[in-house]
Design a protein around this ligand. Structure first.
Ligand code: PGA
Length: 251
């Protein structure tokens, strides 16, 4: 079913069903284009998607060996081997379970010189031909990647100062200790994200309902970075019933 709205909204009864649909879509895209370039996201939200992708990759014999990946963001100051890094999160939940070529896994390196690293990453994305499908979560404050709400947004990959609520929601990766969560991160910028040919944003649960309603019904505003997805011509919101519960026309 198509609507004229940008982004398109699809509501599933539960997170698991949405994860299955997104995994099947990625699998079909990979089968159609073995050199697919996928942007991945971290957080609790995409874990059921990654579980499902691991399962589908085994059952359908999906070949990821020519695919390329880019992750949205990484904590500043952490080495790629740090167990709290997003790179290690992706290895544990997805990368070590599918046959990706490690040379085609791209990550921001948290302990590199930040300015040079951000330029390197933009060039690597361009050299790969851009991102075909970008998976996104959304923060309860409306961030995507680590593009935090504020008076302005950065277009390109950059260093960001994390908001307290973002550090709190990442504390689990640091043994539950918010003080151990880095103050800064490196993140793709809004233009980098919006240039992905397809954007799939997944949101589940009551605590995302408010920012999802603002994203869909509100104005474009840097105070809700995800609102800029309204400018994307091929973006989908994949929601469970709770995350959709404040949308007009859904109950
Ligand atoms: P979550 O985080 O999936 O853990 O809710 C999403 C985000 O902050 O982008």
């Amino acid at each position: 079913m198509h609507s004229l709205r940008n982004p398109r909204v699809t509501v599933f009864p539960d997170a698991q069903t949405g994860a299955r649909v997104v995994a099947a879509r990625l699998a079909s895209a990979l089968q159609a284009n073995p050199q697919l370039v996928v942007g991945f996201a971290t957080g609790r939200t995409p874990i059921p998607l990654y579980d499902e992708l691991v399962r589908l990759s085994a059952s359908r014999g999906l070949d990821w060996s020519r695919a390329t990946t880019f992750n949205l963001d990484e904590f500043a100051g952490l080495s790629p081997e740090d167990p709290s890094s997003y790179r290690q999160f992706m290895l544990a939940h997805l990368f070590q379970h599918i046959n990706l070529d490690p040379r085609r896994i791209n990550f921001l390196v948290g302990d590199a010189d930040p300015d040079q690293e951000c330029v390197r990453y933009e060039r690597a994305i361009a050299a790969a031909g851009g991102i075909d499908i970008q998976i996104l979560g959304i923060g309860t404050n409306g961030h995507i990647g680590f593009n935090e709400p504020g008076p302005g947004l950065e277009a390109r990959t950059h260093r960001v100062r994390l908001r307290p609520e973002t550090r709190r929601s990442n504390a689990a990766l640091f043994g539950g200790e918010i003080d151990r969560v880095p103050l800064e991160a490196l993140s793709m910028g809004m233009a980098t994200i919006l240039q992905a040919r397809t954007a799939l944003l997944i949101a589940n649960g009551e605590r995302k309902a408010g920012c999802i309603a603002q994203l869909v019904h509100g104005p474009l505003t840097t105070e809700l970075p995800a609102s800029f997805l309204q400018l994307h011509h091929n973006a989908d919101l994949i929601l469970d019933a709770a995350a959709a519960s404040q949308l007009i026309g859904h109950s």
